[in-house]
Each structure stands twice: as C-alpha cells, then as structure tokens.
Design a protein around this ligand. Structure first.
Ligand code: DAT
Ligand code: MG
Length: 170
C-alpha cells in the first residue's frame, strides 16, 4: 500500500450538467482526502499543457476546446479541480471514474453513467483522473501552487520576487 496523490477535474460538461455533487459523493466512497480544491477558467495554454502527450492526435484541437468549455457558453466554460490523497489512490479512483471511452465504460462508473460521445466524435467523459503517479505529479504541479494544497506533498523552494504585480482585494 502506498499513499498517492492525483488530480481530478470535473470537466465543463460535468459542470454544465450539474453533476459536481453526484461526482464528489461517488468519489467520497473511497474515503480519500481532498487536499486541494478550486474552480478554474481554463485558457488555451493550460489546456494544451494538460494534454501535451496527445498533441499529435487528430482530436487534439477539439480536446483543447472541450476542456476549455468553449462550446458550452460563458456560464459553463470552467472546470473544478481537486487533489485527492489516499492509499493506492490512482488505481482506485480510475476504477470509479471508468475507462476513457464513455460508451465502453462500466455503466456504474462516472463516465459510463454520465458521459457521451458527441456527433463530432469528442469523448465528453465528464471527469479527468490522473493515470499514474508520474502524470499525477506533473498535473498537480501544473494546476496548483504549493500554497493551494493543505499538505506538503512535493519538495518546494522559496524565491524572492521583485516588482511583482499582484491583484489583491481593494
Ligand atoms: P484518460 O482521460 O482516460 O486518461 P487519455 O489520457 O488517453 O484518457 O485521453 C485524454 C482525453 O482525450 C480523454 O479523457 C478523452 C480524449 N480522448 C482520448 N482518446 C480519444 C479518442 N480516440 N477520440 C476522442 N477523444 C479521445
Ligand atoms: Mg490520461
């Protein structure tokens, strides 16, 4: 048994279908800890970096549009991002999330129950789930800053920033 962290995203179709509550309830059956949580409006750069391993695939452009929620309109072009931690977390979460193709996924899994393939061939599979611990570390570091996670999970360093412009409450 090893303690692992992973990134879960409720993708824009999950947000639009108001599935966040159902998804979190289902994931809570694992009794894993949520150690980071936020809502993110995904820009093109983040979308492309998140899916960088698929950049040569024919569906890459549509995938990048999909994770940005481009087709869903202004109210729904966002995702909810979570870092979960638990024993053998990645394999256990992927079982509940279901396989990549929502039509082939176990109907009791999240993707099997709620996902669909659009007429354009986009897999709207409702959630993202890291696939292994190497990917999980890359993805968590891409989506979260160290101080947005309530546990120390990866080494950090301190840097001094000069002339940094930052938005604060007025
Ligand atoms: P997963 O999300 O299960 O880790 P992946 O990393 O291989 O799967 O692919 C990332 C996303 O890309 C996936 O959630 C949906 C989309 N995708 C994968 N294969 C696809 C295909 N053959 N056609 C359309 N979309 C696909
Ligand atoms: Mg993957």
């Amino acid at each position: 048994m090893s303690i692992e962290q992973l990134l879960i995203l409720v993708k824009p179709d999950g947000v639009k279908k108001s599935l966040t509550g159902n998804i979190l309830t289902k994931l809570s059956e694992t009794r894993m800890l949520i150690i980071g949580a936020k809502t993110v409006k995904v820009n093109k750069e983040l979308a492309e970096r998140h899916y960088c391993q698929l950049k040569d695939k024919s569906f890459f452009g549509e995938l990048v549009d999909y994770i940005q929620g481009k087709i869903y309109g202004e109210s729904w072009n966002r995702v909810l991002a979570f870092v979960y931690q638990g024993n053998n977390a990645i394999a256990r979460m992927r079982k509940i999330v279901g396989t990549t193709n929502p039509e082939e996924a176990d109907p009791m899994s999240i993707r099997g129950a709620y996902g669909r393939i659009t007429t354009k061939g986009v897999y709207e599979n409702v959630v993202h789930c890291s696939s292994d611990s190497f990917e999980a570390e890359r993805e968590i570091k891409l989506w979260f800053k160290p101080d947005e996670i309530v546990k120390h999970i990866y080494p950090t360093k301190e840097i001094v920033l000069e002339k940094e412009v930052k938005e604060v409450w007025a």
